[in-house]
Design a protein around this ligand. Structure first.
Ligand code: GLV
Length: 342
């Protein structure tokens, strides 16, 4: 009997890799960029498990081309890169890495909000350009964050963690979410609103919804026209929630006040993109969960998902428990996994 084979699509924190290497034959894609499609297929073709990133499209064609594959674990909380229904139909288990990144991502969202409100990137550029001559009564005036209204779109775990931070700034906090959450409202002192009401009411709007058919393009010209002309949009969720061309126009024409984006559409954004020519737009390269501690925790959970899936057990963070013991995972494996693995 052989050891299970796992393909890892990029170098991930050692805390996770070590766990995996103790029990499996591990092949790590060595590139700094995601494996191109052909390399992704080649690496996964003989694999029993796949540790993927949000930059790897995992679709029905890939699942069919990799007949041994029993488990796909995304080292991310978002999983719009994976066709979960196709995996379920084939009995392939899918997992993600929720919870461990909530606080770190909320920290980043609040950092972006503060930076955009107080024009920190513009101020840094001003000093670096040697333009600082004196204290100026009208120099680089921003917007107050304290006592302003924060609108949270999508009140999941990260949205709630952001609300907890905003309370410390005495903000009024409102949220829009298809599911009303009265217990959370009471705990955090926040108000539910319709999406349209939130657009009108908010000084800052922060996005924390997953990318689905219902949320794709949620922020376009119509939404921007309903926002306050000074409002700042923060996106740490997924770029395609926002229609990029409409955002460029809204920022350029003063329809809204500013944007602070951790995620964009497309991603990556090239330096000559019109968004980057706008002084009221701050862009960082999809780093909201990028703390050393959180990325290590994400890697460990991603690996625990793989190890559980290879054993045919339910994943610690599984997205399709219905797939367990069906299709591909209903047939006995031809590898042995060290029993002490968990
Ligand atoms: C990052 O964007 C994630 O989904 O974890």
């Amino acid at each position: 009997m052989r050891q299970p084979r796992v393909f890892v699509t990029r170098l991930v924190p050692e805390a996770g890799l070590q766990l995996l290497r103790e029990r499996c034959v591990v092949d790590v894609w060595p590139g700094e960029l995601p494996p191109p499609r052909a390399e992704l297929l080649a690496g996964t073709r003989e694999a029993d498990g796949l540790l993927a990133l949000l930059t790897d499209p995992i679709d029905a064609a890939l699942l069919d081309a990799c007949p041994h594959l029993r488990v796909v674990s995304n080292m991310a909380v978002g999983y719009d890169n994976i066709d979960v229904a196709a995996a379920t139909a084939r009995g392939v288990l899918v997992g993600n890495t929720p919870d461990v990144l909530d606080e770190t991502t909320a920290d980043a969202a609040f950092a972006l909000l503060l930076a955009a409100a107080r024009r920190i990137p513009e101020a840094l550029a001003y000093v670096q350009a040697d333009r600082w001559q004196t204290w100026g009564p009208l120099l680089l005036l921003g917007r107050d964050v304290h006592h302003a209204t924060l609108g949270i779109v999508g009140l999941g775990r990260i949205g709630q963690a952001l609300a907890a931070r905003a309370r410390g700034f005495a903000m009024r906090i409102v949220y829009a979410d298809p599911t009303r959450k009265p217990a959370v409202e009471a705990r955090l002192g926040i108000e539910h609103m319709s999406f349209t009401e939130l657009l009108h009411a908010s000084d800052f709007i922060s996005l924390h919804a997953p990318l689905t058919d219902a949320t794709r393009g949620l922020f376009g010209a119509t939404a921007f026209a309903q926002m306050q002309p000074t409002a700042i949009l923060v996106n740490t969720a997924r770029g395609p929630l926002v229609q990029t061309d409409a955002l460029v126009a809204a920022l350029r024409d003063g329809v809204i006040g500013g944007a602070a984006l951790d995620v964009t559409d497309p991603e990556p954004l090239r330096a000559d993109h019109p968004l980057l020519a706008l002084p009221n737009c701050l862009v960082v390269p999809h780093i909201a969960s990028a703390s050393q501690q959180t990325r290590a925790r994400m890697a460990v959970i991603a690996v625990r998902n793989i190890l559980a899936g290879l054993r045919g057990a339910s994943l610690p963070a599984g997205l399709n428990p219905a797939a367990q013991g069906t299709g591909r995972t209903a047939t006995p494996s031809d590898y042995t996994l060290d029993e002490s693995s968990q």
